[in-house]
Design a protein. Sequence first.
Length: 451
Amino acid sequence: MADVKIKYTSLGAGYGVGASSHYIKLDRYGILLDAGMDPNSEPEDAIPDYEVVKQNNVQAIVISHAHFDHIGSLPMAVRNFPHARVYMTPPTAELTEQMLYHYIQVQRKRQKEKNQEFEAFYDEEFVGIIRYLFQSFDYRKIFPFHSHEESGISFSFYDAGHILGSAGILIEWRDKKIFYTGNTKKSKQFILQGAEYPANVDVLITETTYGAHEEAEKIKPSSERNRFAALLTERLKLGGIVLIPVFALGRTQEILTLLNRLRQTNKIPAVPIFITGFGINVNKTYDRLLDKTYPDFEHGSLRKISYGRWIKGRRLQGPAILLFTSGMMIRGTASFEYSKQLAADEKNGIFFVGYADPETPAGLFQRRKYEFLREIFGLKSILCKVEIFHFSAHSNRKELLDMIAKTNPKTIVLTHGDAAAMHWMQKKIQAYLKNCRTILPIKSASYEFLL
């Protein structure tokens, strides 16, 4: 069989965790994998570089999951490529709509508080229009490239184990296989059951988020749960308040489930648990859809957990647990605002349960950069207990290497990680897959693979 040429272009962030988007060209057919946005960047850097492929054909946009850094610029992608099919799993379709609406509402509120005229990349009306373009398919169901069946291209989704509906994306064409992991978690979480992968692919595009975290691969989940319970109990028995910064989608639901299990087994005191706004909306979606993905999961489990909805202006009083967004403690969010009130009291705690960009307030806490935090918060000292727990929704680096061994690719594109993570992964891959080409893509640059 003749060689097959595949063209790859990284449209989003090269190094770092930002606006994820990848362009694949197979013959005359163009496929976009994810369409993210980085709301913490300046507008010119927040969205993928769609201009670099605007003159090419993009006939399919395939979404891995509904976190904003993977779907935030989807309306702009549709505007740029109006004839493209849009594919995702059924839960991702519903969560994507929710996340896009929520982003608009947050932007509207922030600009109103600054007395600015509302301005965003898209509005509610446009989100409502593009929702009708979403085509959804369950895991392991092979589906064709609709309207382009002559291409011989087909797709299928694999459970990525990251959040509800998250998927690895397998593209098959001319006896070749391209697999994009999206964000992936091989081992079980407290709700989700862990990722699945195809064997023997030709091209692998993989995240590397925890590639530089040596300690994460050494920790036993049971030991980490016990450490979490013990340190949480310590703060609560002092009458303290423990803030757990979480993402509304994924982390809120997983950590709420963990806290409920610990409370039911008397491993932590039965104190009030409070959650802020959008995470509660996502809870309802999880309750409605989880048992369709995992039939053994009890329908409506999250709504049976007793927790309170935090009302702004409520007087802080311990002992209590606060599950507040955002997970990275972005300025203006509940986790940022309340951390200022909690950080100066040694009875309290701020516990981190997932990844945070190093330059965000959460990242500064995790790196113990207290001098910067004192300046940001206007505090003389940071006295609260700060702890990091490895309950991430991303695979550790050993799990990533095991996944690479299973998929056994000829070419690997490393993405979604900082420079240290990506370079560590590249070095390890080159050591035991001698004939495997590894690429650390530069934003807007194109690469060709001859297979």
